[in-house]
Design a protein around this ligand. Structure first.
Ligand SMILES: Nc1ncnc2c1ncn2[C@@H]1O[C@H](COP(=O)(O)OP(=O)(O)OP(=O)(O)O)[C@@H](O)[C@H]1O
Ligand SMILES: [Mg+2]
Length: 161
């Protein structure tokens, strides 16, 4: 049985569309935490977020570089914590500078360093379902709950259209 409220995403294009709808809403200081196994679609979703934010540069996996900076009206800091073992390692890499830089932080494998993340954050948990993906939304904090309800409304409107 599919958990209530879980979003089913059939294709990579749809995953980018989900990201785009979210990216359009993001403001400086928002933090998005992306969970999910290898190949679940975290980077694909981030490509959509970047498109929605209108940032420049191609979104690729920052696994080896930890952070990719995408300039824009609001900059996007795309991070990957796959190779990190603790919140301290994230701080050592200057994470608070990114948080204070007036941009949006999207962090893949963010749960690996959850103690370092802002209390208010929107977590999207991606899971394989054959060729499709299931996306669960977990909102911590007031702003995250606001983003969740906006995203659910936009996604729902899109399915009806
Ligand atoms: N429904 C779908 N949604 C998203 N990606 C899909 C879907 N179906 C197939 N794919 C493919 O799955 C792959 C997802 O790769 P992606 O790099 O986005 O995953 P990831 O979660 O970032 O992986 P990693 O943990 O290695 O960073 C892509 O090749 C994408 O085209
Ligand atoms: Mg990735």
């Amino acid at each position: 049985m599919i958990e209530e409220g879980v979003i089913r995403v059939a294709t990579p294009e749809e995953m980018r569309e989900l990201g785009r709808l979210l990216g359009e809403e993001l403001r400086p200081g928002d933090t998005i935490c992306l969970r999910g196994d290898l190949g679940a679609g975290k980077t694909t979703l981030t490509q959509g977020i970047a498109a929605g934010m209108g940032t420049s540069g191609t979104v690729a996996s920052p696994t080896f570089t930890l952070v990719h900076e995408h300039p824009g009206k609001v900059p996007l800091f795309h991070m990957d914590a796959y190779r990190l073992d603790s919140a301290e390692e994230l701080w050592d890499l200057g994470f608070d500078d990114y948080l204070r830089a007036g941009g949006v932080v999207v962090i893949e494998w963010g749960e690996r360093v959850s103690e370092a993340l802002p209390d208010d954050r929107l977590t999207l948990a991606l899971a394989h379902a054959g060729d499709a993906r299931l996306v669960s939304i977990l909102a911590h904090g007031e702003r995250a709950r606001e983003l969740e309800s906006i995203l659910r409304a936009k996604w729902g409107a899109r399915e009806v259209a």
